[in-house]
Design a protein around this ligand. Structure first.
Ligand code: HEM
Length: 171
């Protein structure tokens, strides 16, 4: 089950995103550390904004992994495309916050836009997953309660289950 990697990885990365939020709390409002670095003093200072963006990315990109991970194995994608988009989705969720944190502390990394690489990897993965979702057919629930899948090799597996049976099964 390829998608399990994204659900498990997403949950672990989400903890890191909340942890970063806890660390930011040390300087963000009433500082709880003796000396706040000058680059983090002002709310609009670029390093502080990049750390804030890293925090938000480290929460929302894992949540997207968890949400899409449950569907990955049912999308109309080849095994290779499914495996690649699964890995890029997870690497992007880890890489974007890390690259933004690097840009926050290292001006050269900022000038080189190192965060662009994991951002493009993540967006590419979601685009591939969107193609798989587009090609996947789901019949609305009703008397037939059958789901037709256009992708090769997954017809037999889901023959008797309806869309909502699969959701409830939450594989
Ligand atoms: C419970 C754990 C969390 C902690 C301790 C935490 C901590 C913080 C802190 C300290 C800031 C301010 C940083 C600054 O002023 O530079 C912040 C900003 C932010 N956090 Fe969190 N956060 C948490 C959870 C979340 C969650 C679940 C989200 C959902 C996406 C989130 C989204 C944001 C956003 C959007 C901002 C920017 C707000 C703004 O522009 O001022 N945070 N967080």
């Amino acid at each position: 089950m390829t998608g399990v990697r994204n659900v498990r990885g997403g949950i672990l990365l989400l903890c890191a995103g909340l942890g970063l939020g806890l660390l930011m709390s040390l300087y963000a409002f009433v500082p709880m550390i003796p000396k706040v670095p000058a680059s983090l003093d002002g709310y609009d200072d670029l390093p502080r904004r990049l750390i804030r963006l890293a925090h938000i990315a480290a929460i929302m990109l894992p949540v997207i992994n968890i949400a899409l991970g449950g569907w990955l194995d049912r999308l109309a994608l080849s095994a290779r495309a499914r495996e690649t988009s699964s890995r890029l989705l997870l690497w992007g969720a880890a890489g974007v916050p890390l690259a933004l944190l690097l840009e926050a502390v290292w001006p050269l990394a900022r000038n080189l836009h190192v965060s662009a690489v994991p951002v493009l990897a993540f967006c590419g993965a979601v685009a591939a997953i969107a193609v798989g979702a587009w090609r996947m057919e789901i019949e609305a629930p009703g008397p037939s309660r059958r789901r037709r899948v256009s992708a090769r090799g997954s017809q037999a597996e889901h023959e008797e289950e309806s869309f909502f049976d699969l959701l409830h099964r939450g594989a």
